[in-house]
Design a protein around this ligand. Structure first.
Ligand SMILES: [Zn+2]
Ligand SMILES: [Zn+2]
Length: 338
């Protein structure tokens, strides 16, 4: 089969012919239709996040496709069903974390001694086929195009988990900092959930699209957010902790700032001038907080209430796609078809 392979740290992704994987008794074989390109794949390519330990290094943790074969012990999935899988698929079952019987979420990736992670410890989704244990698949709602489902498996899952983690209450205002792969979905999620939604972006060229996505207001920084009345929730979906700290200026008393993006080069610091204690504010972390949130996000997309804006690339264009994601040029999520 054809698969995208990262030849080495800082290498250029290339399409190679590799053996097609075979499903075991508990597995399904998926013919991948679309696979999202997460910016974390680019960070892993550069070695900023751990380089995939699977050999060959076939990345990708947003694959969607049809089941073409099921293992002999599989009862929960059938040939022909459209499914996807996510970044964190399983745990070792024996370490200290696993002994607490935690539900599967991204926490496992950080706390389990030997987590199974798509495109990192096992083959990823940038390939014509992928083998996944049946129980590690999620059903994609029928009628939802694979190109639109793929970005939800990581980016949308993260954005929606971030909003849910903040537990916004009726009448509260939600701001989204950083309008990119995660942020353009977060704006839509907040808007369709009925919250007055504010987009915070330093890019003037994104103002118009923010309003199209459902933002009631667009501001450029924390000071402007404060002048506009502030927000009860700030979802930090960009990759700048400096910008996140700046946004605290516009966080209302009792407000929650949710860190959902990764800044690999800076620390998050509460500015000494900001009366964080007195205002009873909270800083939360969120990413893939449990598969029920993935289901909710997929359903919103299937219902046509939220629509990922994607740029679709053919497999042969993979190097170009990775380059554009790395430069932040994609509006707003790259999806590769196989
Ligand atoms: Zn991702
Ligand atoms: Zn474990």
């Amino acid at each position: 089969m054809k698969a995208a392979v990262i030849p080495e740290v800082n290498g250029t992704w290339e399409i190679r012919e590799v053996p097609t994987p075979r499903p075991g008794a508990a597995d399904v074989l998926i013919r991948v239709e679309a696979s999202g390109l997460c910016s974390n794949d680019v960070l892993a390519t550069k070695g900023i996040l751990p380089f995939p330990s699977v050999d060959p290094a076939i990345p990708g943790h947003e694959p969607v496709g049809r089941i073409v074969e099921v293992g002999s012990a599989v009862t929960s999935r059938r040939v022909g069903e459209r499914v996807g899988t996510t970044w964190i698929r399983g745990t070792c079952g024996h370490c200290e974390h696993c002994q607490r019987e935690q539900p599967l979420s991204a926490r496992s990736a950080f706390l389990c001694a030997e987590p199974v992670s798509t495109g990192f410890t096992v083959q990823g989704g940038h390939a014509e086929y992928i083998v996944v244990a049946a129980e590690q698949t999620v059903l994609i709602p029928e009628g939802l195009a694979p190109e639109l489902a793929a970005p939800i498996l990581c980016a949308g899952y993260t954005s929606w988990s971030a909003l849910r983690a903040a537990q916004p209450q009726p009448g509260e205002r939600v701001a989204v900092l950083g309008i990119g792969s995660l942020g353009h979905l977060a704006v839509q999620f907040a808007h369709v959930s009925g919250f007055e939604t504010i987009a915070i972006t330093s890019s003037p060229d994104k103002h118009a699209v923010c309003r199209e996505l459902g933002a009631d207001l667009v501001v450029s920084d924390g000071a402007q957010l404060r002048e506009a009345g502030g927000a009860d929730v700030v979802l930090v979906t960009g990759n700048s902790y400096r910008a996140a700290a700046d946004a605290l200026q516009g966080l209302r008393p009792g407000g929650r700032l949710v860190l959902a993006g990764i800044d690999t080069g800076d620390v998050f610091t509460i500015p000494p001038t900001h009366p964080f204690f007195g205002l009873g504010q909270r800083i939360l972390g969120a990413t893939h907080n449990g598969t029920q949130y993935l289901r909710e996000a997929l359903d919103l997309v299937a219902a046509g209430r939220v629509t990922p804006l994607v740029e679709t690339f053919a497999a042969e264009q993979i190097a170009d796609a990775v380059d554009r994601v790395g430069k932040g040029e994609v509006r707003f999520h790259a999806v590769v078809t196989y």
